[in-house]
Design a protein around this ligand. Structure first.
Ligand code: PLP
Length: 394
């Protein structure tokens, strides 16, 4: 269609203030090329385990095709409550504290819209998932990025956050294990953040979608399970990553009854409910899916070792990721920006990855590689990257 008026000026200020995600650009180029190995997408290369898919098939056979309660099926909410009780020793009431959403994506959006007043500031440790700052802006808030440092393996500390606190600071938005760095926060790290949240009376939105993808000696700690943190935490989680269910679009939030009711109001008027098919499958995932999930995590762990060793041997500065399925090497030694590196690597060696700058300014000088890719492809991609670095020395 040909536009004859200035439509951009008629858009909402929030939408004009945000940029399209820096991730997709490279996929569009990669899609037009042959023989590309993609370490770009943050998506499991497994299909959803069969028993989970089968539960959905049976559900359809039984006629589960309707809307559900706005908050989601009670059976699913009860399974989630049991899961958190068992795993983290925290009690959530299935009736008042749990909302089933269309992925963590929706949960993040409505959590921010429920609590942010115009001009409220949202502290966001970076590098981080691309949606955080955008959703905070769309909710009418002000995203305040705070750079985490590679010297500290991208863990954030209260000392780094403190200078950014003002009387408008309302929310701390964290995501560990982290996309794009693979960083984790230990219990001690989180306890320090908990003190910080209490000191400044902040609401903490904790995106724990990669919690089950923790490796080595690291065990995930739910932020809400820390002393005095449950009431001020909006915990977000979902099935996309751990259960290889990205296409099902199913997630949830755990929060106090007032915040949950507020989020439910927005959800009610925008989504109505999450798809019933996905809710039925999610019940099965929680009841019997853990063994399949653990198998996938073991396979990611194998790949994690391979990719970490590969980058270390190449001489790139990189730390061992302990969570999620990403590694975030520094490419500053090549003299290229992360954008140049990603673009040239794609053009010359047909390997797609994501420039670190897509995840915040402090991601510049790094690239994000996903190891949710078959092991032989990772080996081949590493050989191509090594070749590229050799041929493009400063
Ligand atoms: N949070 C993080 C940190 C992510 O990396 C992603 C997807 O990449 C999401 C949330 C969105 O997840 P969902 O598929 O549940 O909407």
């Amino acid at each position: 269609m040909i536009e004859t008026a200035n439509w951009k000026d008629r858009l909402s200020p929030g939408v004009n203030a945000i940029k399209p995600s820096g991730i997709r650009k490279f996929f569009d180029i990669a899609a037009s090329m042959e023989d590309v190995i993609s370490l770009g997408v943050g998506e499991p290369d497994f299909v959803t385990p069969w028993s989970i898919r089968e539960s959905c098939v049976y559900g359809l056979e039984k006629g589960y095709t309707s809307y559900t309660a706005n908050r989601g099926m009670m059976e699913l909410r009860e399974e989630i409550a049991k899961h958190y009780e068992r795993k983290f020793n925290i009690t959530y009431d299935a009736k008042t504290d749990i909302l089933i959403t269309v992925g963590v994506s929706e949960a993040l959006d409505i959590a921010l819209r429920a609590v942010v007043k115009p001009g409220d500031e949202v502290l966001i440790p970076e590098p981080c998932y691309v949606s955080y700052a955008a959703c905070a802006t769309l909710a009418g808030g002000v995203a305040v990025p705070v750079a985490a440092k590679i010297e500290n393996e991208f863990r954030i500390t209260p000392a780094e956050l403190e200078p950014y606190v003002t009387e408008k600071t309302k929310v701390l938005l964290i995501g560990y294990p982290n996309n794009p760095t693979g960083a984790i926060m230990t219990r001690e790290d989180l306890l320090k953040l908990a003190d910080f949240a209490e000191k400044h009376d902040l609401i903490v939105i904790s995106d724990e979608i990669y919690g089950d993808l923790s490796y080595g000696d690291h065990t995930h700690v739910a932020f809400a399970s820390l002393p005095k943190m449950q009431e001020r935490t909006i915990l977000l989680n979902g099935f996309s990553k751990a259960y290889a269910m990205t296409g099902w679009r199913i997630g949830y939030s755990l929060a106090n009854p007032t915040i949950t009711a507020a989020m439910t109001k927005i959800h009610q008027y925008t989504m109505l409910c999450a798809p019933i098919t996905a809710q039925v499958a999610a019940i099965e995932a929680l009841r019997r899916g853990e063994k399949y999930m653990k198998k996938m995590v073991a396979e990611y762990d194998r790949r994690r070792h391979l990719i970490y060793d590969g980058f270390t041997k190449m001489g790139l500065e990189v730390f061992e990721p302990k969570g999620a399925f990403y590694i975030f090497p520094s490419i500053t030694s090549t003299g290229m920006t992360s954008d140049e590196f990603a673009e040239k690597l794609l053009q010359k060696e047909h390997v797609a990855l994501v420039p670190g700058s897509a995840f915040g300014e402090c991601g510049e000088g790094h690239v994000r590689c996903s190891y949710a890719t078959a092991i032989d492809k990772i080996s081949e991609a590493l050989a191509r990257i090594e070749n590229f670095i050799k041929n493009n020395k400063k």
